[in-house]
Design a protein around this ligand. Sequence first.
Ligand code: SGN
Ligand code: CA
Length: 531
Amino acid sequence: MKRRDALKTIGAGAAGALFGACAAEQKTKPKTRPNIIYIMSDDHASHAMSCYGSKINVTPNLDRIANEGIRFDNCFCTNSICAPSRAVILTGKYSHLNGVTDNIREFDPTQQTYTKILSENGYQTAMIGKWHLKSDPVGFDYWNILPGQGHYYNPDMIEMGEKKRFEGYVTDIVTDKAIEFLDNCDKEKPFCLVYQHKAPHRSWMPGPKYLHMYENEDIPAPDDLLDDYKGMGPAAHEQEMTIMNDTFQAYDLKITPPVGEQDERMYNAAMNRMTPEQRADWDAAYEPRNKAFHEAKLSGDDLARYKYQRYIKDYLRCIASVDENVGRLLDYLDETGLAENTIVVYTSDQGFYLGDHGWFDKRFMYEESLRMPFIVRFPGTIKPGSVSGEIAVNIDFAPTFLDYAGLPVPADMQGRSLRPILEGETPDDWRDATYYHYYEYPAWHMVKRHYGIRTKRYKLMHFYYNVDAWEFYDLEKDPGEHLNCYDDPAYADVVADLKVQLAALREKYGDSDELQQKFLDEDLKRNRNYE
Ligand code: SGN
Ligand code: CA
């Protein structure tokens, strides 16, 4: 007999006794619902994590999560940019439905989010670190956020509406606050902690401990660092995100003096936050490098290779702090015994270019920025060392957390719980393709508006607005996406089939030409202020 039927037959009095027994059991074993710690960094590409086979750095603490849990090799975002990805994750819905298509639109805080649902159902919820959704966080019992993009040194934080400045390095401070929350939370109730780093976002300012890391080393560069985009479409040619031409010399690469008014202003704004001691340590690291640079008088490809080194070393130094601090949090969970009943996730809001195609930044549906790192640990439930190649999407995160909290997934969330995959059983009807749509153009880096489909093997994209260009890549033969085969007759059938699948996905998720035109019209009317 099912439990529900048993309750019917034994009558109200007996049922009351049964529930009483449950309550008594609850007292001795109060917490069966798991805690959730959602760790997200900003712009951390999976090819800069050793558990994903990085050729350029090691991340021993992040690797602990993957080794003791599961690593997803095909986790993708739906719109590779910061605020949009965060809005998708909170709502479980695509940008065209949650309203945050770009970094300019504000998140409507009245809409449903998974943390609101958890909070309404007995979870203590907290949001600490980078938020970036303009409106104040809602659905969190406690929040303490970095305003906007946040600062690396001596950051301001807004704690439940009150702004304060903290001395130190942002990654350390955000972790201190996360651990403080864990220390102070009610041990009788489950919690969901959303702990989000600013690093390694531009302008890649390393913390004091890592200023000299990689000093006398050369970091391997990707083969296509000097890409000429010959086999690619117009959008790849017309972007503004090459390390060579689109980084600011002082602000990004720390090569002084600044070049131009904007570089000077942004560099000074970042540097002027430092204390004299922090500044002295910084100068001791960068001044000798800059002296050598000016003496070397590099140009052409040599200059591009040099700029890559300056860029990637600072990016990786920022990641070293993230890795160290996540390790500190994992140690805390071990020491307090919390590790056992806590789901720990590590991801990034999107991927990033690490000199691939000569680029930094993200936005494109090409692999490096489409892919998100996604690793999850839940002792006793997820088999250590698991790896999944299934297509996971950031719309799935909210349903997954609700599922583990024992709550129904609202029908209007568009993702699906990853729980069966986490536990080693992929449902037969799991998706075999994902849909993508990027909107922020014209804007920083000038990546044209586009949407597309990615299956396990192929990718088809359509760039629109001031261009009408299709690109198709066979990822098995061309994983680096250098040869657009859209017009290759050998792929005509595959392309035709992908177009049908793409139309079906647009329909399924409620996207359309009319809707994208509506967003475009609104965007063009707005006085754009890039953020
Ligand atoms: C800033 C950066 C851009 C970056 C956007 C969005 N410029 O505007 O390079 O693309 O953030 O990044 S900066 O010179 O001000 O650093 S996102 O991760 O927030 O989407
Ligand atoms: Ca980001």
